[in-house]
Design a protein around this ligand. Structure first.
Ligand code: ZN
Length: 75
């Protein structure tokens, strides 16, 4: 899910939130004053591929990923 950044027109607070793309332009309440007069700033897309490098990087043999199966080298 992408992170979107919003700014409150009432109090000027900047805040960002993680939400589905389909809701990017849906109104969101200001997290400081609760006002509904917010607008979306430029989108930031850096939260896209989190969890990509999980498989086979830390211990284990890739089929068990835990370090305790017949294919793992015995320690
Ligand atoms: Zn506000």
């Amino acid at each position: 899910m992408p992170i979107y950044e919003y700014q409150c027109d009432d109090c000027g607070k900047d805040f960002d939130t993680l939400r589905p793309m389909s809701q990017a332009d849906t109104a969101i309440a200001c997290e400081r004053c609760g006002g509904a007069h917010t607008h979306r700033k430029l989108s930031l897309f850096f939260a896209q591929s989190e969890g990509q490098s999980v498989a086979g990087t830390s211990g284990g043999c890739g089929s068990c990923a835990g370090g305790h199966c017949a294919s793992c080298s015995p320690n």
